[in-house]
Design a protein around this ligand. Structure first.
Ligand SMILES: [Zn+2]
Length: 214
């Protein structure tokens, strides 16, 4: 039977390159481990940074380890308004052409020219979970969530399959508030169409023309 998918809320955070980290915190300095996160190998670091945009800033934004090849800042749509930058929805790592920002630690600061994204909502799963849900890596799916008085069906949820993952769906704070998640929120994938590829736009057009496929 397909498993429940725990839904975890990602607050704004930073993945940082070793080079950028050393520029801000000193040569040879390493991230200070605080606690493990749900995905194996990922952890919360003690170091924090201010994220600064043209209109506003957030202080004490958490850094998640380990180091990545490129620095990436993940914020919510609401956060991008406060920073004064466009909100660009991307999968993690796909940062070409995204807005930049200033990152500051104490007296030191760096400017990144790109890398501020609103993370596309996604599900981490192992191959066995993908088999049970009959989904593939990179497939977009619908997820039904359960909530007190605010049930929500998410569209455009991308599935990521790897042996390195632990089953979890990741949403940002805006998305979590949209369904008013309770203590232990979870969701399930539903196949609304029998084909693998679907388009919400096409679905809407069909309904407006009086065609109902479900
Ligand atoms: Zn994730």
């Amino acid at each position: 039977m397909p498993p429940r998918i725990p839904i975890e809320t990602s607050a704004r955070h930073i993945h940082i390159s070793k080079e950028d980290f050393e520029t801000l915190f000193g040569e040879g300095k390493e991230l200070t481990f605080v606690k493990e996160l749900s995905q194996p190998g990922q952890y919360l670091a003690a170091e924090k940074l201010a994220v600064i945009g043209p209109r506003g800033e957030f202080e004490k934004v958490s850094i998640l380890g380990p180091f990545r090849s490129k620095t990436q800042v993940e914020v919510s749509m609401t956060d991008t308004r406060k920073l004064g930058i466009p909100g660009i929805i991307r999968q993690s790592g796909d940062t070409a052409g995204t807005p930049g920002c200033i990152l500051r630690a104490g007296e030191k600061e760096i400017t990144i020219n790109e890398g501020v994204i609103v993370a596309k909502r996604h599900i981490h799963m192992r191959p066995v979970d993908a088999l049970q849900y009959n989904v593939k890596d990179n497939e977009n799916v619908f997820v039904i969530t359960k909530s007190y008085e605010r049930n929500l069906i998410y569209a455009d949820v991308v599935v990521r399959v790897s042996n390195q993952f632990q089953l979890a769906m990741h949403v940002d704070t805006d998305e979590a508030n949209a369904f008013a998640s309770d203590a232990e929120p979870y969701g399930v994938i539903v196949k609304i169409f029998d084909t693998e590829s679907y388009s919400v736009d096409k679905w809407m057009e069909e309904v407006l023309r009086g065609i109902n496929r479900i």
